[in-house]
Structure formats: structure tokens, C-alpha cells
Design a protein around this ligand. Structure first.
Ligand SMILES: Nc1ncnc2c1ncn2[C@@H]1O[C@H](COP(=O)(O)OP(=O)(O)OP(=O)(O)O)[C@@H](O)[C@H]1O
Ligand SMILES: [Mg+2]
Length: 397
């Protein structure tokens, strides 16, 4: 039974020369018009043969269906004209025609021409090769990765050391592993991954000294010049140590003031006050008095809450608190926080402001933290929200 094509279907069947993109709903006759287009070429003046064509589909199922549909159509046309020799030949050819997925086409092409390949030191490829499946590839990556990193770690240049420090976070090299795997998977989409990597290396090597002259720097400076930025105000803390009525230490913190026991094993007993009223006594490795900005740093790692950086609060977080009620506290920004060694406990502790040099605390000293008159003003050049940033930076397991 011959099908009456719709006008738009006929337009597709009859179109000749150049590229043609057909986009239509499921079941609306795309395969139908493809088959008709093919027969127009085979049976028309051209008298083309089936195996002159390369027909690519997305899936193997689609390739099989298409071959089946072409064979059916051939059968139908032969029934109409049983003596046609050209048609008879097509019946033999239809099973040799390249109707396949792009993967199987490339694999077949490579297999047929494998002898022409010169892989140099990487060794040869024989025609019985097989494409790795995703599970095998993953296993292979896991096996090779430690070796790659090991050879990277032996005899590092200063630049490589810097890279390892930046991505290793001091604890483990998971960050670096992820970077290598991510880069590996991304470069796979390039036809010549090594060539592409080399190009990137060269373009980085010729970066100007001045960050503002780099491509990224120029884009950011243009935003600045165009007024496309906002300014964020971040509260700070004035941190001081009072000893016998005198101030013996003062410093400003954008992030935090940390009181710790130092390297010695014994726990530290600390008393914390807010406007001179006792808030809590902590036993543990120490405590962190943090600004909202610092809440995503050491304080978060010690179990403290994440506070929006533009909020105004003082956060107190115990470090390895050795008690059921050693919980983090969030105070109003107006509180004057006091920390001292609890009487009868360990005799020394250390204070460090924003990760700076340690100051030794004695019994009787008061570490005082209060909101500073000064604020840090940060220029924000992108519209990314705080939550987007922390999820990207800290959201990975
Ligand atoms: N003009 C037409 N008249 C009658 N039947 C038609 C017409 N065009 C297509 N058909 C029939 O509709 C059915 C679906 O067509 P076809 O398989 O070509 O659609 P398709 O767009 O390729 O579908 P899919 O999105 O599932 O691949 C087939 O049985 C086909 O013979
Ligand atoms: Mg189809």
C-alpha cells in the first residue's frame, strides 16, 4: 500500500542538494520520509545503489528499524515490478549498506584501516581491538590515577608544589585527584587532547605579569570601570588581651580569634562571658570567636553554624568540646565577649587572630572581643550569591 505524503513530507522527500534538517514530532513520519528520499535516489534517474549511502542513527535499535523499513519498502516495490534487475540487486545490497550508529561506523572504519595507523611508542593496534565500556574505563582510571600522582610528587618544581598545596588542602590529595579526573574527562572531547593541553600550557606560560592584563583581569576591570559592581560591608572584631588592668595585645580580626591549648595534649578549661555575664564554660581543645565572614572557615570546620557574611553577629564555637553542652553560640554583634582560663585548669593557652602569630595567655588574662568600629569593604564583581559560592566551594563531599 502506497502512502499519500502530506505537503511538508513531500517537500522533504523532494528536496535536493545541500544540507537538510528535519525536525518533527514523534511518530509524524520522519523515518517514512527518509526511506522515501532514499528510494527517490535509487529508483530515479540516478539509479543509485543502496550501498552508496552512509546512514547514521543515534541508537542501534533505530539502525535496525531503519534497515527493516527499507527492506520492507523494497519488498513492496518488487511486488509491483518483479522483473526489475536494479531492484533485485538492491535486495542483496540492503544488508551491506552502512546503516549504523556513529560509534559503530567509526569503529568499523578504524578496524578496516588499522594497518595505516602509526601509534609510535604507544605500540600498535590490531584489528581485533574493542572499545572499553564505561565500567572498565572507570577501573582503569582508578588504577592509573595513583601512579600519575606519584610520578607528579617525585621531584616537583616549585610551581607543582604550589599546585599540590592549593588543591591538596594539607590533609589529602582528593582535590588534586578530582582535578586530574575532571580535566581528563573534559579533554576527551577534543580530537587531539595532548595538542589542546599543550596550547593551553603555552597560553598560560605567556600570561602577563600584571593580572589586570590577562583576559580575565581585563573583563573584571571593565566591570569595575563600568560601575558594574557592588560593595559588601563585613563586620570586624577588635581583639585585645587585658592583663592586670592593662592591654597587652590588640589586633583586628576579619575572620576569627582562636584560643587553643597548643600542641600539648591536656584539655583546656575556658570560661566565656558576654557583657561580663557567664555564657558557658568549655573544656576541650579551645574555642573560636568568629565574625560571620569567619563562620565558613575554622569555625565551620569545628561544627559552628554558617552565617551570611553580611549579617552582624559574633559566633562562639568550641573546638573538640569535651562536654555535652559544649555547643556553638551565636551572639548579637553588640556583645563584648570575654574569654579566660578557668581557675584550676591548665596554665597556658594561645591566642591567634586571623591565623596570625600565637600570643601566650596566662591565668588571669582576659581575651576580649568586640565589634570593631571599622569594617572591611569588599568589592563584588559578580552577581553570584553567597549560597552559590559556598555550595561550589564547600558543597563537595
Ligand atoms: N503521510 C502519511 N500517511 C499515512 N501514514 C503515514 C504517513 N506518514 C507516516 N505514516 C505512518 O506513521 C507511522 C509513523 O511514521 P514514522 O515511523 O516514519 O515516524 P517517525 O517520525 O520516524 O517516528 P519516531 O519519532 O517514532 O521515529 C508509520 O507507520 C508510517 O508509515
Ligand atoms: Mg523514526
Amino acid at each position: 500500500m502506497s502512502v499519500m505524503l502530506t505537503d511538508s513530507q513531500r517537500a522533504v522527500v523532494e528536496d535536493q542538494g545541500g544540507s537538510l534538517l528535519v525536525s518533527a514530532a514523534a511518530g509524524s513520519g520522519k523515518t517514512r520520509v527518509l526511506v522515501d528520499r532514499l528510494f527517490r535516489r535509487v529508483l530515479g534517474e540516478e539509479q543509485a545503489n543502496m550501498d552508496d549511502f552512509l546512514i547514521i542513527t543515534y541508537t542501534r535499535a533505530a539502525a535496525a528499524e531503519l534497515r527493516e523499513r527499507i527492506a520492507q519498502e523494497l519488498g513492496r516495490r518488487m511486488a509491483e515490478d518483479p522483473g526489475d534487475r536494479h531492484l533485485q540487486r538492491q535486495l542483496l545490497l540492503v544488508y551491506q549498506t552502512d546503516i549504523k550508529t556513529i560509534d559503530s561506523f567509526c569503529t568499523a572504519l578504524l578496524r578496516e584501516n588499522v594497518h595505516l595507523l602509526d601509534l609510535g611508542e604507544q605500540g600498535g593496534l590490531t584489528a581485533d581491538f574493542r572499545v572499553l565500556d564505561e565500567g572498565e574505563a572507570e577501573l582503569l582510571r582508578q588504577r592509573v590515577l595513583p601512579r600519575v600522582l606519584e610520578s607528579f610528587y617525585t621531584g616537583m618544581t616549585p610551581g607543582q608544589t604550589q599546585l599540590a598545596d592549593c588543591f591538596g588542602f594539607g590533609r589529602d590529595d582528593r582535590g588534586l585527584e578530582e582535578l586530574v579526573l575532571e580535566l581528563h574527562s573534559k579533554v576527551q572531547s577534543h580530537a587531539y587532547p595532548h595538542r589542546w593541553l599543550e596550547e593551553q600550557r603555552q597560553s598560560w606560560a605567556s600570561l602577563p605579569e600584571d593580572g589586570g592584563e590577562t583576559e580575565f583581569g581585563r573583563a573584571l576591570l571593565a566591570r569595575l570601570a563600568g560601575g558594574r559592581f557592588s560593595i559588601e560591608r563585613r563586620m570586624m572584631l577588635d581583639v585585645s588581651v587585658r592583663r592586670e588592668g592593662h592591654s597587652v595585645f590588640t589586633e583586628q580580626a576579619l575572620n576569627d580569634a582562636v584560643v587553643t591549648k597548643g600542641a600539648v595534649a591536656r584539655v583546656l578549661d575556658l570560661e566565656v562571658t558576654g557583657d561580663r555575664a557567664v555564657i558557658s564554660s568549655f573544656a576541650g581543645d579551645g574555642l573560636i570567636v568568629s565574625t560571620p565572614t569567619g563562620s565558613t572557615a575554622y569555625s565551620m570546620a569545628a561544627g559552628g553554624p554558617i552565617v551570611e557574611p553580611t549579617a552582624e553577629n559574633i559566633i562562639i564555637t568550641p573546638i573538640c568540646g569535651h562536654s555535652l553542652h559544649a555547643k556553638p553560640f551565636v551572639l548579637g554583634a553588640g556583645r563584648a565577649v570575654g574569654v579566660r582560663l578557668a581557675p584550676g585548669g591548665k596554665k597556658t593557652a594561645y591566642l591567634s587572630v586571623d591565623g596570625g602569630r600565637a600570643f601566650r595567655i596566662q591565668p588571669g588574662d582576659w581575651v576580649e572581643c568586640r565589634r570593631s568600629r571599622q569594617v572591611t569593604r569588599l568589592v563584588k564583581l559578580t552577581g553570584r550569591s553567597f549560597y552559590e559560592r559556598i555550595n561550589q566551594k564547600l558543597g563537595k563531599a
